[in-house]
Design a binder for this molecule. Structure first.
Ligand code: ADP
Ligand code: MG
Length: 700
């Protein structure tokens, strides 16, 4: 069997389905969806299939108007919503608490494909005996899949945002700020976790063992509104404590949000600012120069190790009186958003022989938690966790992907910490939305075999010039992201493609490269321009693979294959945010990549199955899965850690073409003056260098 022939056949196969799906004109860049939910199987047992929007078949070839990142349109969302339901006032008076019977909670959880289980080893939580217990037990047993027999819990769901105030008592101001965002319907993760995090005793009233609070792990799709899900409970906790203690004036750092990149941290700060308007609560992004209020403790000589040695470290300190001294507080804030290294640099910069701890922190939020607990960041993340010494600490962890090894590590850390502090372990509850580790069901996937590196350039140019596209499916309209394996390749591809956009359309300024090799100010400037729609094609590395929310990104190109299935899920998840339709994820692969493609194909196959795409509609057909070689464990590990070896250095690592050089010359001839003016501008924009780089992680 000639695998290359088979694979080439595969690249042509996908088009009918994809064309009809994108011909909708309903692209991510065309605005927000009224209902951002991904799953709502209204009748139990009904075939779960998302309805692709009905459309005509016309595909426009021209570049779209520049309106790439429309703000959520509060007015039109409200109008459409009010057509269906009676309209709610902006700040309704609080109504009495309502409770749904457990059967209804179960029904809602099931129809939204939500699964809440207790992950702690010794499952302490007990449900009270009820007359219908037998029946319930039987139903649960029937529904449980073979490989996940853990008992499920069905807490009160958040049916509407109004319940946040009515039932769970969040502040009027925060409720109004949320409405001002134009959100109308809670997403699945919000529906499943907000009651539980705001008032566990109300959300799960018949469950024992929640009195001391819970720890929480959410595995929910990319773009499903996890940020709001962790911000609102954190804000609410601070406000309630302040109100109870009547400590209006004093500010104490109470919540820390850790995210792997500074782009994501900035984004979280911005989301926080929107929710916090007029509340008096402060959120701040950590900078190198930020000084926060901490306690300084003397440490024993041998306790510098972190991670699995945490218990030993704590016991080494045991018995020694801890002398503490206050460090002068500089930045007064309630919530701090930081990358692991920025905070660790601060925590370890006290006088030698001391460690800085954060006794006031009651909420530790790890966004993109699986990567924060991956070897790259693990040590720093665990050190931050250890530094949060408050006995009331609640840890919550969020991601679209979560390996079982990470879950085990979380449990071990929770147990170790509780033991060291002499506390009972708070139960760890896990909410999974849909299937773990899958890409969102509302995007179109394409696997494109390009044979060689040169083939990738050609294929990308075809995407860039949709009018020239042959039968290779729907055009990928700007704005889109292009992911490469290394910083060098991102830079080289940028050089190569700089002149591909005609001067009349903005020329080289429409394309940029962003990676951790750039200074912070340059990165921030590129992010701003991409969000503003000034940059149409952003070439990047995995530094932008996680968390960043460009609502109107129409597509993602994996110029180089992703290093793992999780990376695929996250890269692809930069499009199709908040339920938007029509986003495309294209993955190029060459002969060298064939040993690794099955990982990606598997993710696509599962996502398509979830979306109800079968037969010819599916990108990944069974024959393709059968034809692709399996990826061995060792190869998977190598790919995850190092990427495709031949792309790291040597001639294969280079991205260049003679035609590119020729076209550059041609371009210069045509628009010498304007071209050089724009080039200078682009170079000036990318050349700030006042700051070093605190994070060079995922990039390579
Ligand atoms: P995640 O962290 O799950 O990847 P984000 O928190 O970044 O997702 O949210 C993705 C997008 O969805 C953001 O633009 C956010 O403003 C929007 N969003 C969040 N909640 C809702 C909602 N209930 N309705 C509509 N849009 C929402
Ligand atoms: Mg996020």
């Amino acid at each position: 069997m000639d695998i290359l022939k088979i694979l080439s056949r595969g690249t042509k196969k996908t088009n009918t389905a994809s064309t009809s799906a994108t011909a909708t004109g309903d692209l991510p860049s065309s605005g927000a969806k009224v209902n951002p939910q991904l799953y709502n199987d209204s009748v139990r047992g009904q075939k779960r299939k998302r309805q692709a929007n009905q459309t005509d078949d016309k595909v426009e070839d021209e570049l779209p108007e520049v309106n790439f990142f429309p703000a959520p349109d509060a007015t039109s969302a409200r109008e459409q919503e009010s057509a269906k339901k009676p309209q709610r006032a902006a700040s309704p008076p609080r109504k009495p608490t309502k409770r749904l019977p457990e059967d209804e909670c179960r029904q809602i959880f099931r129809s939204h494909r939500l699964k809440l289980t207790i992950l702690s080893k010794d499952q302490e939580l007990k449900k009270p005996k009820k007359s219908s217990k037998k029946k319930q037990k039987k139903a649960v047993a029937e529904e449980d899949t073979k490989n996940d027999s853990k008992a499920q819990l069905f807490p009160q769901p958040l049916e509407s945002f109004a319940d946040l105030r009515n039932t769970y008592g969040i502040s009027r101001r925060v409720a109004e700020n949320l409405i001002a965002q134009g959100y109308r319907v809670p997403t699945e993760v919000q529906l499943g976790c907000l009651p539980l995090l705001l008032r566990p005793e109300l959300a799960l009233p018949d469950t024992d063992g929640l009195d001391n609070g819970i720890n929480f792990l959410a595995v929910a799709p990319t773009g499903s509104g996890k940020t709001v899900s962790f911000l609102i409970p954190a804000i609410n906790k601070i406000m309630r404590r302040r109100a109870l203690e009547k400590s209006e004036g004093s500010r104490e750092l109470e919540a820390i949000i850790v995210a792997p990149t500074r782009e994501l941290s900035h984004q979280i700060v911005n989301e926080g600012l929107k929710l916090l308007q007029g509340t008096g609560i402060k959120i701040v992004g950590m900078k190198k120069t930020t000084n926060i209020s901490v306690e300084q403790q003397e440490i024993a000589e041998d306790s510098s190790d972190e991670g699995s040695d945490d218990e030993d470290e704590e016991s080494a300190d045991e018995g020694k009186p801890k002398r503490t001294q206050k460090v002068r507080p500089a930045t007064q804030t309630d919530i701090l958003v930081t990358t692991p290294r920025l905070l660790i640099n601060f925590l370890t910069s006290g006088p030698s022989g001391t460690q800085r701890v954060l006794p006031g922190v009651r909420d530790l939020i790890l966004d993109e938690a699986d990567v924060l607990l991956d070897p790259l960041f693990r040590e720093h993340t665990l050190s931050i966790w250890t530094a949060c010494t408050n006995t009331d600490l609640r840890v919550s962890l969020w991601s679209a992907t979560m390996g079982s090894n990470i879950e085990t590590m979380i449990n071990e850390k929770l147990e170790g910490r509780a033991e060291a502090l002499g506390l009972p372990v708070k139960p760890l509850l896990r909410l999974v939305v849909g299937l773990k580790d899958t890409a969102v069901p509302n995007i179109i996937h394409k696997l494109v075999y390009t044979a060689s590196e040169q083939g990738k350039l050609l294929a990308l140019r075809q995407l860039l010039h949709p009018s020239r596209a042959d039968d290779s499916g729907p055009p990928l309209r700007p704005p889109f992201l292009v992911f490469t394996q290394t910083i060098d390749r991102a830079t080289a591809l940028h050089e190569e493609l700089k002149y591909d956009i005609p001067l009349e359309a903005g020329g080289p300024s429409r394309i940029a490269a962003l990676h951790s090799g750039l200074a912070e100010s340059a990165r921030a400037a590129i992010m701003r321009k991409f969000r503003a729609g000034d940059i149409w094609v952003l070439i990047t590395t995995d530094v932008l693979a996680r968390g960043v929310d460009f609502a109107g990104v129409n597509g993602v190109v994996n110029y180089d294959v992703p290093g793992s299935s999780a990376v695929y899920v996250h890269r692809a998840g930069r499009t199709g945010r908040a339920g938007r339709q029509g986003g495309i994820a294209v993955t190029f692969y060459t002969k060298e990549d064939i040993p690794f493609v099955k990982t990606v194909a598997n993710v696509i196959a599962v996502s398509e199955k979830q979306a109800g795409k079968t037969g010819d509609e599916a990108t990944v057909q069974k024959w393709l899965l059968d034809a692709l070689p399996n990826v061995g464990k060792a190869d998977r590990k190598k790919l995850r850690e190092r990427g495709v070896e031949s792309r790291r250095s040597g001639s294969k690592a280079k991205i260049t073409s003679k035609s590119g050089y020729e076209r550059r010359k041609e371009n210069n001839r045509r628009g010498a003056i304007e071209g050089s003016k724009r080039r200078k501008q682009a170079e000036a924009d990318g050349s700030g260098d006042e700051d070093g780089d605190e994070w060079g992680g995922i990039d390579d």
